[in-house]
Design a protein around this ligand. Structure first.
Ligand code: PMT
Length: 399
């Protein structure tokens, strides 16, 4: 495999040489890229000797100004070790002031980050927030070891052993292709149901859960069609984004994109009621009270359940209580293969949060809790279970 090895400027830079040696021993092609600070700790010549390739250090010293683009396109995985606090911050912000930062933005494959720094720097909220940003992007973080640190203190912050980093690279590679050939149809975000040309009813869905599922599927090789209500998130990379506003528009786009889909996941918070006849003019504040006569919207998930075919259908259940019984009820009543249940209304889960905690109700009868984690981590775990479920259902049907 062609691997980019990004080396940051920490005392652990010497261990990156051992990592380079291990990767070369496993017949990978390694392209070393060093930050300016890294060159204060170890010579580029070390990595040139170990990898047999010119070490990239200075963005402006290369033959052509677009070499970082071709290098990004040629390589299959990027590992950054040691990733210092400064380097993690620059990657999180997408700063492209040096070769490594520019290469990171141009690279679209899996990224493995192995931090190394003083324990206080490691525990600082700024560092942890930057790491959470990288996790949200689906990068694999190789947690540092605890122990005696070069600064004389003890605690977490020591670069993980090169063997551990190599293992993480292997895991990342395996995961990468397991949705190859799948066509994933996703819905995300809220819907907006107009009350007049000015007003609408909606809900608190930010789209983060659905977008995390879209990013995870695309990163693992799937073709992704994402039908999204109005949200404030950038379109995930490598995903076909279809924007909608109302439940009716969402339903139309779902069935317009259903045919090629092998996996359908309904993460959107679709309004259950709407105004059937929206007045053409703004409703004036003349009346002392305003009452609304709302009608049910189309239940898209239930209709998908009636037209499931042999594709996998995954629904969500947003509950404030009785989570598992409600998830199982929806599994049955909507003919789903899996329902992802999550409590909404609590802190740091459900609507708007960066993290979630879910329970998976499966057609096989299993109920699998997924502990609180970033929505991207939860998304990856959901796809792990979706693939296992398909094998179990095929086996049960004698395929
Ligand atoms: O977007 P975030 O801020 O990240 O929040 C994530 C989330 C909480 C919105 C998400 O995790 C979630 O729970 N989504 C489903 C919300 C919802 O509408 O749940 P529900 O129990 O009301 O609906 C059950 C299922 O039926 C859902 O799959 C929903 O997409 C679907 N549905 C509902 C109504 C309708 N008219 N048509 C539908 O298809």
């Amino acid at each position: 495999m062609k691997i980019i090895l990004g080396i940051g400027g920490g005392i652990a830079a010497y261990k990156a040489a051992e990592l380079a040696r291990l990767l070369m021993q496993q017949d990978h092609q390694v392209q070393a890229v060093m930050t300016g600070a890294a060159q204060e700790f170890i010579q580029p010549l070390t990595f040139a000797a170990l990898t047999g390739r010119k070490v990239l250090t200075d963005l402006f010293a290369i033959e052509s100004a677009i070499e970082h683009i071709s290098i990004a396109q040629e390589h299959e995985l990027m590992v950054v070790a040691p990733a210092t606090a400064d380097l993690i911050g620059r990657l999180a912000l997408g700063l492209a002031g040096d070769f490594l930062g520019t290469l990171y933005l141009a690279f679209t494959g899996p990224v493995v980050v192995a931090p190394a720094m003083n324990v206080n720097m490691w525990q600082h909220p700024a560092t942890q927030a930057n790491l959470e940003t990288l996790r949200q992007r689906g990068h694999r973080i190789v947690e540092p070891d605890s122990g005696y640190l070069a600064c004389g203190m003890t605690g977490p912050g020591r670069l993980a052993d090169p063997e551990t980093i190599v293992e993480a690279i292997l895991l990342e590679t395996r995961k990468r292709r397991d949705l190859e050939g799948e066509v994933v149809l996703l819905t995300a975000g809220p819907t907006q149901e107009p009350l007049d040309p000015v007003r609408y009813i909606s809900n608190r869905s930010s789209g983060k859960m659905g977008y995390a599922l879209a990013e995870a599927a695309a990163a693992r090789g799937a073709q992704v069609n994402l039908i999204s209500g109005p949200v404030h998130l950038p379109a995930p990379r490598g995903v076909e984004l279809i924007p909608v506003r109302t439940a009716a528009e969402m339903r139309e786009q779902v069935f317009a994109h259903l045919a090629p889909a092998t996996i359908v996941i309904k993460a959107a918070a679709v309004a259950d009621f709407h105004l059937s006849h929206v007045p053409a003019q703004k409703v004036k504040k003349t009346a002392a009270r305003m009452s609304l006569e709302l009608d049910p919207t189309p239940d898209i998930l239930a209709e998908l359940g009636r037209k499931k075919g042999d594709r996998l259908l995954i629904g969500f259940a947003a509950e404030t209580q009785n989570l598992v019984p409600e998830a199982r009820r929806k599994l049955e009543s909507k003919n789903c293969d899996m329902v992802v249940g999550n409590l909404v209304g609590g802190a740091d889960v459900g609507f708007e949060s960066d993290r979630n905690e879910v329970v998976l109700a499966l057609r096989t009868g299993e109920t699998i809790p997924l502990p609180r984690a970033s929505k991207r981590e939860i998304a990856d775990r959901i796809f792990d279970q979706v693939l296992k479920l398909r094998l179990a259902l095929h086996a049960a049907n004698g395929h």
